[in-house]
Write a protein that binds this ligand. Structure first.
Ligand code: HEM
Length: 432
């Protein structure tokens, strides 16, 4: 965690660095405000707010109600103040539970402040999240990459680092950034994400105090905000695993991420659906998203908000092309097009796609996907778009379909629900 608890932990390790604050990050704000004021100035202001202009010794902080890291037990501080004839404000009796800037105070965060000895309390170095955000924003548009934005690959990195969570055992999730290690990196579902990690490496070098796991999630949030998606409040505090032992100790196995064609047969039914789609739907619903603690509405929101971004790469997953016409801007186009357009199953052997100007939609050998192109059509009839079979289940499964229809109608509703679900996803297992 960064910065300690409120003023207390931060004060123990004050640094004279510049004052920035991230409006999306209340903890950062606390810390920044904290840095902005000298301790004496702060106490003078607080003293006048709480007990009429008292000095530090005359107006000690309220008694913590919960134990906190401190080199001096509260009782001894109270005894000291009693000896000095000063009064002790306890939290309940205090006239205010807000500091002089109107921020509510964290109960129990004060004991580290009262004793100079508490400066020994260890606290991780502060991270200037506003500066990290700025850096991420500056790099987000990149004409040399795919469709000109790094937002899609950062969103996928954050999703895949979080999507290993298992609610029953409490294992996995974005905390740890386990994809830095060979086993998780080699999960076939993570193919291609090495590029995202490499893009972020210089940012990590520039801001070494941020954890990889926080950086990956923050990069996705900045990407979303930068492209018209939801603005999600960032909660820092993830820490990185130092090695892969974590996975072994917890008896975890890899392969927790969804696969786009799992359990499917070879045939197609009269309605053009690949036989076995119900089993795939079961995989996505139960084996993946219910396992993490999501419901049907959240699953649909996550997919509709996630796959409006970016594209599939034959060299990474084997699938090919973008889901929507404009894959670097948030919209409900994925949901609307899935319902409104006609979708046709294709494989690598469908070379007619190349002849019709849709070579970018032809998947690698052994892969199948749906496209909005019809054999025999004219080049340019439609923009090139695709859907994975695991996307199409949102339209076919009666539990998912009603939610898809809502999002096809309302971009605002999708933005709100996707923002909530993505925050939940990226905080799973983090203990916030
Ligand atoms: C059933 C669940 C899902 C499956 C099977 C799935 C599968 C895939 C596949 C195969 C790709 C192509 C990767 C490549 O070739 O580079 C992809 C890309 C992507 N996915 Fe998903 N995905 C799922 C859910 C999600 C969710 C929940 C999100 C985010 C909320 C998401 C966000 C993305 C993004 C942004 C990309 C584009 C990456 C890029 O442009 O590099 N996906 N997904």
């Amino acid at each position: 965690m960064h910065g300690g608890k409120g003023f207390g932990g931060g004060e123990a390790t004050r640094d004279p660095g510049p004052t920035y604050y991230d409006p999306n990050d209340p903890k950062g704000k606390q810390q920044a405000i904290h840095k902005a004021e000298s301790f004496a100035e702060y106490l003078a202001k607080r003293g006048s707010a709480v007990s009429g202009g008292a000095t530090r010794d005359a107006a000690p902080p309220p008694a913590p109600t919960t134990p906190v890291a401190s080199s001096r037990p509260v009782a001894r501080v109270q005894q000291r103040d009693a000896r000095r004839g000063t009064s002790w404000h306890d939290g309940a009796a205090s006239a205010t539970s807000h500091d002089f800037l109107g921020n509510s105070m964290v109960q129990g965060s004060w004991s580290a402040v009262v004793s100079p000895r508490s400066r020994a309390v260890a606290s991780p170095p502060a991270v200037d999240y506003a500066a990290v955000r700025k850096e991420l924003k500056l790099m987000m548009d990149n004409p040399s990459w795919d469709d000109g934005s790094l937002a899609p690959i950062f969103i996928r990195l954050a999703w895949h680092s979080s999507g290993t969570f298992d609610k029953a055992s409490g294992t996995g999730g974005s905390n740890g950034a386990g994809m830095r290690f060979s086993t998780e990196a080699a999960d076939p579902e993570n193919a291609g994400l090495n590029a995202a990690r490499a893009f972020l490496e210089p940012v990590k070098k520039r801001f070494p105090a941020i954890s990889y796991s926080d950086l990956w999630v923050l990069a996705a949030y900045v990407g979303l905000e930068h492209t018209g998606g939801p603005a999600i409040q960032f909660h820092p505090g993830r820490s990185d695993h130092q090695d892969e032992n974590y996975w072994k100790e917890k008896g975890m196995s890899y392969g927790r991420l969804p696969a786009a064609e799992k359990y499917l047969g070879d045939e197609v039914d009269a309605e053009g659906r690949v036989v076995g789609w119900e089993r795939l739907s079961n995989h996505v619903r139960h084996e993946v998203f219910y396992r993490m603690g999501f419901n049907d509405q959240e699953i649909v929101a996550l997919l509709c908000g996630g796959h409006v971004y970016g594209r599939a790469h034959p060299k990474a997953s084997g699938y090919a092309g973008p889901w929507v016409e404009n894959p670097t801007v948030f919209s409900n186009e994925y949901a609307a097009d899935m319902i409104e357009d006609e979708w046709f199953l294709v494989g690598h052997e469908d070379t007619w796609l190349d002849e019709q100007g849709a070579a970018e939609l032809r998947p690698a050998l052994g892969k199948r996907q749906y496209v909005n192109q019809k054999r025999g059509g004219q080049a340019g009839d439609h923009p090139n778009q695709m859907m994975l079979v695991s996307d199409m289940i949102l339209a076919w499964d009666p539990g998912f379909r009603p939610h898809l229809e809502v999002y096809a109608q309302s971009e605002e509703r999708l933005k709100e629900d996707f923002g909530k679900a993505f925050k939940k996803l990226t905080e799973l297992g983090c203990g916030f």
